[in-house]
Design a binder for this molecule. Structure first.
Ligand code: ADP
Ligand code: MG
Length: 497
């Protein structure tokens, strides 16, 4: 070999080894980053773990808090609000009633006709969302918007809708925020949740605010029942089935209501001496326990929320927050493990950009190359060309966060069954069925969430699970409010045949 050739060979070899070294170093750097990302994921999984044992502790804590909240006002994080609903629908309700359902994400108006035997007709309904500026504006602005939507709805009514002569239209108002109820048709707002913050409405009688707005717009309608979505859902389900004992909402927020023996409520005799049972609105979104598997991500979500320190259970479970938890985890993975490359995708810094329907779509992606995950990453977070490895991690993240939420809500439900003594095996020959009604788009549309919820109930209840029936009460919160307007109608007793 000549000198030139030798030199060339040496240079060539050196070049190869340099390239190899760069590649190796690049690979090592990448795998170190990947290792860091997996470390974050593993740590997350550990911290979000909800063993059967832990869930049983949480169910017990829920029962204890229920007792404490009933025993005295302010005795628990659970408000255990008396609803004045001591008379649940029986299936005999008749007539045309209106409902307004203000829940968080959606605002709906409906007119329901309750007819003969099961013939229940929702004549019409309008859906709209509350404009963002009204969620943080003034009480008058919010209620004027609601009243004008209602007035427009009534103005567009067809010829076929007619109430008996001389009768006022009656409305059931589902207002799904914590309210201190003063009667079936009045109550004052305790606080806002789910992204609403209208200072001058706090402490106001919600029915009074709506009634004033109806007067301002000139609509003659009586607000007959003020309820929240849990109570509406419970009422709606009870219309079909007297074994309904509780209702759970899994939508924008989460909450539960159940039927309590009136004599379990202190001072009840002074309030409504004739009722044997009473629906209690737990406001379980505010539940808190040292057993809850809280992570640093929950802490930062909480710290940045409109209501820090409040609604901790809700912030781990409900539709408004699940996607946001995933976003916060992803941001940390992007910052500390360069999960999406050397720069952090700017969209990842936008709060609430990733919503739970996006999360659910990714979680249910069963294509071999996870193309739904890819398209969500592109469309929502503007991250092009994600690797399959990254997409798999995304699915795993959704699974960890959604499963934790579903399992916690199942544990809360078991807490209610315990309070009612319905978590035990039946006595020989005794028939006892406990029906739980559930409403909310999270439960309705996030299949894996729902399956996990039901599987966890079975895991926690064992044989008793056979006596439990979980029913989806679609639109229960609105129709139930119309039903309660029927149950508590000013014309009751004057009923026509
Ligand atoms: P509200 O609780 O305001 O009455 P919904 O019951 O419609 O409203 O629930 C809305 C919530 O459900 C939203 O927070 C949304 O994120 C969630 N949601 C809607 N569709 C889906 C879906 N396909 N997968 C997961 N979550 C969903
Ligand atoms: Mg709702």
């Amino acid at each position: 070999m000549g000198k030139v050739a030798v030199t060339a060979a040496v240079v060539f070899a050196a070049a190869i080894s340099t390239a190899t070294a760069v590649a190796v170093r690049h690979h090592m750097k990448n795998s170190a980053k990947w290792g860091k990302a997996l470390e974050i994921l593993e740590e997350l999984e550990e911290n979000c773990a909800t063993s059967t044992w832990k869930l049983k502790q949480i169910a017990d804590a829920m029962t204890v808090e229920m007792h404490a909240g009933l025993a005295s006002e302010g005795g628990s994080k659970l408000k255990m609000l008396i609803t004045y609903v001591d008379n649940l629908p029986t299936g005999e309700e008749k007539g045309v009633f209106y409902a307004l359902d203000l829940g968080g994400t959606n605002f709906r108006v409906m007119r329901v006709h309750f007819g003969e035997a099961e013939e229940q007709i929702v004549n019409e309904e309008v859906h709209t969302s509350i404009p963002l500026h009204l969620m943080v504006g003034t009480s008058d602005a919010l209620f004027d918007f609601i009243a004008s939507t209602l007035a427009k709805f009534v103005a567009e009514e067809g010829e076929d809708v007619h109430l008996p002569a001389g009768r006022q239209r009656e409305l059931g108002f589902t207002f799904s925020f914590p309210v201190k109820q003063l009667s079936i048709a009045s109550g004052t707002l305790i606080k806002w949740t789910k992204g609403f913050s209208i200072e001058d409405a706090i402490g106001q009688d919600i029915v009074g605010e709506l009634t004033k707005a109806l007067e301002r717009i000139g609509l003659d309608m009586r607000v007959t029942a003020l309820v929240n979505d849990t109570v509406g859902t419970l009422a709606r389900a009870h219309y079909d089935n007297p074994d309904v004992v509780a209702a759970v909402i899994l939508g924008t927020g989460t909450n539960a209501a159940y039927v309590e023996r009136a004599n379990a409520i202190p001072k009840w005799q002074d309030l409504l001496p004739n009722s044997g049972e009473m629906v209690i609105n737990m406001e379980w979104g505010n539940f808190r326990s040292s057993h809850l598997p809280l992570t640093e991500y929950d802490e930062s979500l909480n710290a940045e929320s409109l209501n820090p320190g409040e609604q901790i259970f809700e912030k781990m479970i409900s539709g408004m927050y699940l996607g946001e938890i995933v976003r916060i985890i992803l941001l940390r993975m992007a910052e500390e493990a360069a999960f999406f490359g050397d720069t952090v995708p700017p969209k990842l810094r936008t709060p609430f950009i990733l919503r739970s329907p996006d999360m659910s779509a990714m979680h249910h992606d069963d294509s071999s190359d996870l193309k739904v995950v890819d398209s969500k990453l592109r469309d929502v977070l503007e991250i092009p060309n994600s690797s399959l490895k990254i997409r798999k991690v995304m699915v795993k993240l959704c699974d960890i966060v959604a499963s934790r939420g579903a399992r916690l809500s199942a544990a809360g439900t078991v807490g209610i069954l315990k309070k009612l003594g319905r978590d035990k095996s039946r006595k020989e020959g005794e028939k006892q069925t406990s029906v739980i009604a559930i409403d909310g788009a999270l439960f309705e549309h996030y299949t894996k969430f729902r399956q996990c919820f039901e599987g966890t109930l079975e895991e926690l209840l064992g044989d008793v699970y056979e006596t439990i029936s979980v029913v989806q009460s679609h639109d229960g919160s609105g129709i139930g409010a119309a039903l309660l307007a029927a149950s508590y109608s000013q014309y009751i007793g004057l009923e026509e045949s």
